[in-house]
Design a protein around this ligand. Structure first.
Ligand code: EPZ
Length: 432
């Protein structure tokens, strides 16, 4: 069983860079199936969710070639099967975008019900509402989602919940529909905008992405393009929080500071120094963060994906902090693990009341989901003594070379399995 071994107490010092945005990549790769010629996509993160998605795309007939240094070409111009029902689909949430892409491309799609982090019920009713509004018939049975339409016709769709997934999926389904589609109460996250920009680079007509109303005028056809994915807002925020948690001094490069404004604001409120530069941020930690109150909200609010790392940071803050999880109903599975390290946190429904303690102590822990896992890594970096973390597959879904990047900043962290240190050095030039 692979696990991470962390000896806490080292300050993170130096410079690191973030990769391409996971939650943009999982929308852009299926979207490339809509083009009549191949697409080249750059800055693709080498993470398990992306690797799984490329395998799913290849299993339905897509030709994918890895060009090295994070670039790959996606060629969906041949025969593409409308059925994506392998177990791989159930391993991640991002596979849900095959619905919108294949419905637009083939007028018919069958996918297994998606998986992803267990952080709540994660229904897909808003996705279905959008597809039906465009004229599709959608059924779910035996764990398979089926959607088909003789023709897709633009419509106005009001999202009852601000949903990133539904916003992206409806955009994919609507780009070649007849007439205009308007998504009202749309999600505004940077990765929604990135998918819209990619669609427009292929010749689509998507306007208003980044606002709560997106207008999509259907076009006859889309052509291949070359596109570079934006930096990962959540990976950048993770390193900002890790720098603060270790009282460190870290410069994170290749970021878009605008996307990090809510994280910057909360860290400054905690007494952390954050210096914004054109495409990087420098974070200088304070050894005991001040207490804050925090609520996760749709962008530009504080992102739910950083609630768990922030809980770890606040567990040794001054006084009592209150975190409210405004997006998912059950995103506190990391708290039980933090308690094993001495954290004093009470959870009532969506609210976590964190009484800061002097220090955390190392323990043997299990990652329960992607961001819970990285929250435990941050706690291990802060703790006195050794921390072991198992079930690393959760973390590997969303972070590329995490322990290598942290070790390069001075962390005492390594991945071990069955008694030896596994050099998980991925040769990016060979792989993706
Ligand atoms: C995306 O999930 C991300 N995943 C999640 O990132 C992220 O936490 C989440 O957005 C919120 O920012 C990907 O992009 C692959 P939603 P998604 O639809 O699309 C409810 C990570 O750590 N809802 O925006 O599934 C839903 O239950 C992962 O990288 C409905 O009620 O999230 C939730 O309460 C975890 N009906 C809220 O909306 C629907 O049809 C927001 O969900 C869809 C969603």
């Amino acid at each position: 069983m692979e696990k991470l071994l962390i000896n806490g107490g080292n300050r993170l010092v130096g410079t690191t860079r973030v990769g391409g945005a996971k939650n943009a990549a999982v929308g852009i790769l299926p979207a490339a199936l809509l083009a009549d010629s191949p697409c080249i996509i750059n800055n693709v993160p080498y993470i398990d969710d992306v690797i799984t998605l490329t395998k799913i795309l290849e299993s339905i007939g897509t030709k994918i070639s890895f060009m090295g240094s994070g670039s790959l070409s996606v060629n969906g111009t041949g025969h593409i099967d409308y059925r994506a029902v392998s177990d791989m689909v159930k391993r991640m949430r991002g596979s849900i975008y095959l619905l919108g892409a294949l419905l637009a491309r083939n007028g018919k799609v069958e996918t297994a019900y998606p998986g992803g982090c267990e952080i709540g019920a994660r229904p897909i009713d808003q996705h279905i509402k959008g597809f039906e509004a465009l004229g599709a018939k959608v059924t779910i049975s035996h764990g398979v989602i089926r959607a088909e339409a003789d023709r897709l016709v633009g419509n106005e769709i009001y999202l009852d919940v601000v949903s990133i997934g539904a916003t992206i999926n409806i955009m994919l389904a609507a780009v070649k529909a007849e007439g205009t589609t308007v998504i009202v109460n749309a999600a505004k996250e940077p990765h929604v905008v990135d998918v819209a920009n990619f669609l427009n680079a292929m010749g689509a007509n998507v306007k208003g992405a980044g606002t709560d109303t997106i207008r999509i005028k259907g076009v006859e056809s889309l052509s291949g393009c070359e596109y570079t994915i934006i930096p990962d807002q959540i990976e950048a925020g993770t390193f900002m929080i890790a720098a603060a948690a270790t009282c460190g001094d870290v410069t994170i490069k290749d970021v878009i500071p605008k996307h990090l404004e809510s994280i910057t604001a909360k860290l400054i409120e905690m007494g952390v120094e954050v210096i914004e530069m054109e495409d990087s941020v420098r974070v200088r930690g304070t050894c005991r963060p001040k207490k804050i109150n925090l609520k996760t909200l749709p962008y530009p609010g504080f992102p739910t994906d950083l609630q768990q790392p922030m809980t770890a940071l606040l567990s040794t803050g001054e006084g009592m902090s209150i975190i409210t999880e405004g997006i998912f109903e059950f995103r506190y599975r990391h708290v039980d693990e933090l308690r094993r390290m001495g954290a004093n946190i009470k959870v009532e429904d969506r609210v976590a009341i964190i009484q800061g303690v002097e220090k955390l102590t190392g323990a043997s822990l299990k990652a329960t989901d992607l961001r819970a896992g990285v929250a435990l890594v941050i706690a291990g970096l802060m703790a006195e003594g050794q921390t072991e973390i198992e079930d690393l597959h959760h973390i590997d879904r969303g972070y590329e070379n995490l322990e290598e990047k942290l070790a390069a900043l001075g962390a005492d962290i390594k991945r071990v399995g069955k008694g030896e240190t596994i050099l998980k050095k991925v040769d990016k030039d060979a792989a993706i």
